[in-house]
Design a protein around this ligand. Structure first.
Ligand code: KG4
Ligand code: ZN
Length: 355
């Protein structure tokens, strides 16, 4: 008899993760080994360092997930799912090799998943002890905001994605990380900016907003330049100065600049997502990806969704950032649709979700 359980493996960037999810919703186990500390020394990810850390942690994480899910033998699950892309080639290959080996040695089917659809499907997940709740209703609009991607899609049904708009340059998370570095904050910039901004007492440092006309596209690279100019002006240095060092700023300047930057990103993201929901007659709204862990963004979209009387589904922060449970949730629908990977499965670093 089918158990509806899927073992899923995620290693596209800097988290080594394995999960067991039942029928695309109920998490039985979700284990994530984060490399954040490892990469904070370099202020960003060094691909080879990330790949080696995946190799080091993959098997302990897999064993921990099996124990937590109460599974004795992996043959108790229905399929092995894995992130095929997008992501860092060397990192993806570690997860893919693990998943292929498991599928081959157990005879289980292999189900490849797009990492970005995983971020959307995180909205379907239920924690082990969480009460049942209704699944998101179609048609829906989803905004995915991560370290590498920023886009809005419309979904009329499972696994169908229509791209409405995307960033033409930096991803929102990338902007948080770069501006965080300019302000002398710790890596990754997102959580550090959110924390610093909460301490701002004056709220008048306005950053520009790139509205990109009537489109659903985004642009965040101008914010980096704006931040550079504001930091320079605050320190009384020319913007092109090599001496520009955010750690010379006072705590209140950092807080006010962080607030102004965050406000600009939140304003553009929330306005476009809510407009898409209204214009397309969506029945629910999903927010996902690492930047969705931002409390100000969540609150702003929540407020707008309530105004539209639409349910907003945002996973808890730990399920917004990279994890394998979201891969297991998406994989269930691919599994039901009969999608299978074979032994030639390879990493797809630039895998697009929709065009
Ligand atoms: O989805 P994710 O874990 O990895 C990718 O697939 O990229 O996203 C990581 C990104 C980083 O850029 C990080 O700075 C950002 O998510 N992030 C946040 C917050 N927490 C993580 N950005 C803003 N506010 C946060 N609280
Ligand atoms: Zn991600």
């Amino acid at each position: 008899m089918s158990s509806g359980r899927i073992l899923s493996v995620e290693s596209s960037c800097d988290e080594t993760a394995v999960a067991v999810v039942e029928r695309g919703r109920r998490i039985l186990a979700s284990v994530v080994a984060s490399q954040v500390q490892l990469h904070s020394a370099t202020g960003g990810i060094v691909p080879e360092v990330a790949a080696r850390a995946h190799l080091r942690w993959m098997i302990p994480v897999l064993d921990e997930a099996r124990t937590r899910a109460g599974i004795e033998d992996w043959r108790e699950v229905d399929a092995v799912a894995v992130t095929e892309g997008p992501g860092l080639a060397g990192s993806l290959l570690v997860g893919i090799t693990m998943a292929k080996t498991l599928a081959w040695s157990t005879g289980l089917p292999l189900v490849p998943v797009n990492h970005l659809e995983g971020h959307i499907y995180a909205a379907w997940l239920l924690d082990p002890d969480e009460e049942e709740k209704p699944a998101p209703e179609f048609p829906l609009v989803a905004l995915v905001v991560s370290g590498g991607h920023t886009f809005i899609v419309e979904m009329e049904d499972h696994l169908t994605y229509r791209l409405l708009g995307q960033t033409v340059d930096d991803a929102a998370g990338e902007a948080f990380d770069k501006v965080g570095r300019l302000l002398g904050l710790s890596y990754p910039g997102g959580p550090a900016i959110m924390k610093a901004a909460a301490g701002a007492t004056a709220h008048d440092r306005r950053f520009p907003r790139a509205w990109m006309g009537e489109s659903y596209d985004f642009s965040f690279s101008g914010l980096k330049t704006a931040a550079r100019h504001k930091v320079a002006a605050t320190l009384g240095l020319p913007a092109e100065s090599r001496e520009l060092d955010g750690s010379d700023l006072s705590e209140s300047d950092v807080a006010e600049l962080a607030w102004g930057f965050q406000e600009s990103v939140v304003d553009v993201l929330s306005s476009k997502l809510l407009r898409a929901a209204r214009e397309l007659g969506a029945r629910s709204i999903i927010l996902g990806g690492g930047v969705a862990a931002n409390a100000v963004l969540r609150d702003r979209i929540d407020e707008g969704a309530r105004g539209l009387r639409l349910p907003l589904i945002v996973p808890r922060p730990g399920l917004c950032t990279d994890n394998a449970a979201m891969i297991g949730a998406a994989a269930y629908h691919r599994f039901l649709a009969g999608e299978r990977g074979d032994r030639s499965l390879d990493a797809r670093p630039s895998y697009k979700l929709a065009v």
